[in-house]
Structures are given as structure tokens and as C-alpha cells.
Ligand binder design. Structure first.
Ligand code: KIV
Length: 291
């Protein structure tokens, strides 16, 4: 799959965008650090995995993240560990097709980048070619700093990700908040500085106690984007399906802004009842022969 496929407005079920917006750029996002420090609004990022969600979320977001959380959200996998480059490429291309405004960032899946900077470059370049995304995201701190530098110096913008790093769930032993001890807090702050100094254009901070988010946001030169990391970051990200209320169980840091699960269940129940009672399809949904 590649971005050589674009949305055909004649066959798409979605209304065409009346005036496509100019897409934001990675340098513009990076520059927001100083603007936010001077009082500008925080950055808005949501995950998107499908063309339709991208179309609906794009006008409201500065960044769309094709997160490897799609492993759990879309595929029902137990963690992000089994997610592959092919899965990321297919969903990344769909999100780029569905968006005109936000910077699209694509997650590098577990196993596609850790072994060496060269391996990371190969995987990241392939993902960008396949999808048309503008940047990649990878998890890890000081150990990944040489890779962040290697990619950034070769034209691949990198969003880094520290704190709770879900791809390391087997090593961490779960998804609990990080940085409750001084030693762990110091390590997360040092990790953040290492990847920022190496050239990351933005940094996701996930699942940490508030003082860590404050310390990192004050210490580094690129924007911080929090998820379960307090309001003290330069921006926020959530998994869109969590925020939309598609799941009954959500982590403590998620706010459910709607009840999509309720809407879908209600609509499906009404459809089933209408089919069973033969109320659907009615005359409006039925083709009549020409006279
Ligand atoms: O995969 C993902 O959705 C993420 C966000 C939770 C930051 O990495």
C-alpha cells in the first residue's frame, strides 16, 4: 500500500473537503515550544488508524499519531509487541490519505529499530516511503539517543517517547505510572534530555508523576506532549477511541468526551429490531422498477 492511492471524491462516502488546509510541518511544531512558553495554546495530538477517523480528527489536531496502540485498539492484541511494519504502513497510508492539515507521525513497531541506528533508518525510511507520513516515533531514552541523532541527521524527524514505554511491557511488568522513586524519576528526566539533545523534534511523556513532566518540559528545547503526564506539558495526546468512549474500561488519565460505545450499541439494537420486524428496509431504501 502506498500514498500513490489518493481519495477519489467521486467514490468516497465522505463529503469532499471544501478547502483543503495547508499541512503543518515538523519545524512549525518544533517552533511552538517557544510560542507555548510565551503563552500560546498547547499542542493537540490524537491517534488515528483509519481514513475516516483521520478525516474527522484532522481539522482539530496539530498532529495525528498512527500509534502502535492499533495493535490493541484495532486488532485486539494483548500488547503492542506483536505489531509489524506492514500493519503500521497500511494504517499510516490510510491516515495520510484522510488528512490535509495535521502532521502525521507514525510509530515504529517493536523490533524494527532497537538493534542499530542503521536498522532503524531502514525501517523508518520504508515507513515514510510507504505512507507519506512526516515523522516517526520511537520509544526509549538514553539508549536510543544515538538512533534519534542518526535518523534526525539523515532527514527523518523523530518524536521520542519516555516514561511508561508500552513496548517494554515485558521488562516493566505492567502499565503502572513511572517515576515514583527518586532514582526512577532522575532516570526518566535524564532519558528525556538525552533524546532531546540528540535532535528529537518533540517528546511524548507517558504515565509519569507530575513533577517529572514539569522538570522535563522546563529542561528541553522541543515540545513535550503528555499522556497521563499532567497538564504541565506543551501538549496532550490521547488514544482517540479512549477519548471518544468506545471502551468501557479506560485508564485513570483518560477523559471520556463522549459515549461512542453507547451510540453504536443503541444503533445496532435498533437496526436488529427493525430487520426482525421487517420495518427495514422500507420503501425509501427499496429500488422500484422504471415504468
Ligand atoms: O501508540 C500510541 O497510541 C502511543 C500514544 C499512547 C502516545 O504511543
Amino acid at each position: 500500500m502506498s500514498t500513490t492511492f489518493t481519495i477519489d471524491s467521486a467514490t468516497s462516502r465522505a463529503n469532499p473537503v471544501s478547502a483543503p488546509m495547508k499541512r503543518l510541518t515538523v519545524p512549525a511544531i518544533r517552533k511552538r515550544k517557544t510560542e507555548i512558553a510565551a503563552g500560546a495554546e498547547p499542542l493537540v495530538m490524537l491517534t488515528a488508524y483509519t481514513v475516516r477517523n483521520a478525516q474527522l480528527l484532522d481539522p482539530h489536531c496539530d498532529l495525528l499519531l498512527v500509534g502502535d496502540s492499533l495493535g490493541q485498539v484495532i486488532y485486539g492484541l494483548p500488547s503492542t509487541v506483536p505489531v509489524t511494519l506492514d500493519m503500521m504502513a497500511a494504517h499510516g497510508a490510510a491516515v495520510v490519505r484522510g488528512s490535509f492539515h495535521a502532521v502525521v507521525v507514525i510509530d515504529m513497531p517493536f523490533g524494527s529499530y532497537e538493534a542499530s541506528p542503521e536498522k532503524a533508518f531502514e525501517s523508518a525510511a520504508w515507513l515514510l516511503k510507504q505512507t507519506g507520513a512526516a515523522a516517526v516515533k520511537l520509544e526509549g531514552g538514553a539508549a536510543m539517543a544515538p538512533t534519534v541523532g542518526f535518523l534526525s541527521e539523515r532527514g527523518i524527524p523523530v518524536m521520542a517517547h519516555v516514561g511508561l514505554t508500552p513496548q517494554a511491557v515485558n521488562a516493566l511488568g505492567g502499565y503502572g505510572a513511572r517515576g515514583r522513586t527518586k532514582a526512577e524519576a532522575d532516570k526518566i528526566v535524564a532519558d528525556a534530555k538525552a533524546v532531546a539533545d540528540a535532535g528529537a523534534f518533540a517528546l511524548v511523556i507517558e504515565g509519569v508523576v507530575e513533577p517529572i513532566a514539569v522538570a522535563i518540559t522546563q529542561a528541553i528545547q522541543c515540545p513535550t506532549i503528555g499522556i497521563g503526564a499532567s497538564a504541565q506539558c506543551d501538549g496532550q495526546v490521547l488514544v482517540a477511541e479512549d477519548m471518544l468512549g468506545l471502551f468501557e474500561r479506560t485508564p485513570r488519565f483518560v477523559k471520556r468526551f463522549d459515549d461512542m460505545a453507547g451510540h453504536i450499541s443503541k444503533a445496532a439494537a435498533t437496526y436488529a429490531a427493525d430487520v426482525r420486524s421487517r420495518a427495514f428496509p422500507g420503501p425509501e431504501q427499496t429500488y422500484a422498477p422504471k415504468d
